[in-house]
Design a protein. Sequence first.
Length: 509
Amino acid sequence: MAESGSPFLFWFSFFCLLHSLPVYYSISPPPRFPSSLISPEEKVSLAARQNQLYRTKYFTQILDHFNYYPKSYDTFQQRYLINDTFWGGAKSNAPIFVYTGNEGIIEWFAQNTGFLYETAPHFKALIIFIEHRFYGKSIPFGGKKDVAYSNATTLGYLSSTQALADYASLIIDLKKNLTATDSPVVVFGGSYGGMLAAWFRLKYPHVTIGALASSSPILNFENITSPYSFNNIVTKDFRSESCYKVIKGSWQQIEETANQPGGIELLRKSFRICKNHFTGYDLEGWLETAYIYTAMTDYPTPSNFLSPMPAYPVKQMCKAIDDPATGNDTFAKLFGAATVYYNYTGTATCFDPNDNSDPHDLGGWQWQACTEMIMPTSGNNEESMFPPSEWRYQGRVSYCEGAYGVEPRPNWITTEFGGHDIKRVLRRYGSNIIFFNGLRDPWSGGGVLSNISESIVAIVAKEGAHHVDLRFKTSEDPEWLKDVRKQEIGIIAKWISEYYHDLALDLLS
Ligand SMILES: *[C@@H]1O[C@H](CO)[C@@H](O)[C@H](O)[C@H]1NC(C)=O
Ligand SMILES: *[C@@H]1O[C@H](CO)[C@@H](O)[C@H](O)[C@H]1NC(C)=O
Ligand SMILES: *[C@@H]1O[C@H](CO)[C@@H](O)[C@H](O)[C@H]1NC(C)=O
Ligand SMILES: *[C@@H]1O[C@H](CO)[C@@H](O)[C@H](O)[C@H]1NC(C)=O
Ligand SMILES: *[C@@H]1O[C@H](CO)[C@@H](O)[C@H](O)[C@H]1NC(C)=O
Ligand SMILES: *[C@@H]1O[C@H](CO)[C@@H](O)[C@H](O)[C@H]1NC(C)=O
Ligand SMILES: *[C@@H]1O[C@H](CO)[C@@H](O)[C@H](O)[C@H]1NC(C)=O
């Protein structure tokens, strides 16, 4: 899930400690879920692959599902991807698997969600990936992004509730078109998409029979999850490798160097930075981004989700830090670690700590993080390998008022979807949700980690990272990962067979 991936995202976790005044808070944008560093080569290979995986379609979607002002009746083109190769068809009421799109270009999620393609043949399922409004090509206001993103008047239509209503409308219409009204729909999602999948099951039980919500931190709101949880999990990942002491001790050294005469030049050389204009904070943000996203995507096999990376990249980073060849040169150690994230392909000529490019088009998250997605994750206590700092809600408020003229509604998500006392609340309400979490994923702290009922089930993988279960299989997948997927498939099979059982009874009566 993600903050902009770009370095600016984590600034606010530093500045509290290093500078007493919250100036930075007021200018730093909130963090996005996943981030966005992707090599140009990968873009090409994505484009080349996508034609083999699905066909692209558009649906005329209503702008505002929740009132009847004339403006609400405006429409926009919502993109969805469809693959019917494995579908058993409407006659046999074969299932429909729907991915509830996240905050980015839908192809990116489709390319990284092998689970649907790999399980569809077994279930004879139709596969659909729906793009979230305001992302990718699903842009209201005539498809014009500059207009849609103008100001709060246009961005006001970007919300999770509107997105869920879009998914319901599209699925119902698609089933009608396919004369597949009785086909069971299972929804899937990872990260924010996983939150949407879980909420969709709770809010639209007449549209879906169950949800696989992978790495969905639905409890990372208000005070349900500690604001220190996120960075403490990152720390734990690095602590297991022993290199975290070097990282923990490095911030002060960067700070001191940056403030010395000639210090910026020294940092520029040590980290091969292209530009002359950057600050110690920029560099710290750049390093923090690398550590956090590496922790999130600490997959057991080579990957290319946020950035091309080797298998177990945290281990690789720590190997670079512990490399005896770097002696006591902290900057050389950190540079080696950063290289694992920023230059695994070996194509970088130099680095830009202020690179805010956004190839996955995640920018709308900033608006969401200024309105309803208030997820406190940036606190650092003594345990953290990052400098101590408090989560500052007020900083978010100032940023959002400046950027959009809106005040966040930090209580809305729990009002609309719940979250407090989730066990007690859902034990006798709701059913058929799988919450997967990998404990190496910093977002797992805000996930559902224990079973709620017979059919609201938590699958927890100690060695797992951010929605690792949904990724394409590889021949090197470890046993625990195979087991997770097997368990998920078994549960989904049970939902579907129960559904067919109920359907048969209905047809008899
Ligand atoms: C569906 O995906 C499979 C790969 O899993 C691919 O072979 C097939 O061509 C795709 N079908 C369509 C219609 O895109
Ligand atoms: C917001 O943006 C829209 C579309 O660009 C524009 O028509 C409108 O005047 C803007 N509203 C404000 C308050 O700036
Ligand atoms: C269903 O069919 C109608 C008429 O062809 C079309 O306009 C609409 O987009 C289709 N719905 C979906 C979800 O594709
Ligand atoms: C969380 O906040 C609510 C009100 O905002 C308060 O009633 C509750 O006691 C708090 N819970 C914890 C664990 O701090
Ligand atoms: C480097 O570390 C070694 C042992 O850890 C120490 O003896 C040496 O003085 C250090 N050198 C510098 C320049 O700090
Ligand atoms: C990236 O890696 C390649 C191959 O190891 C190396 O030649 C190049 O100098 C690296 N780029 C930077 C900026 O360190
Ligand atoms: C939840 O229950 C399932 C069996 O239904 C079990 O496999 C799983 O380990 C349980 N999850 C946790 C977190 O205990």
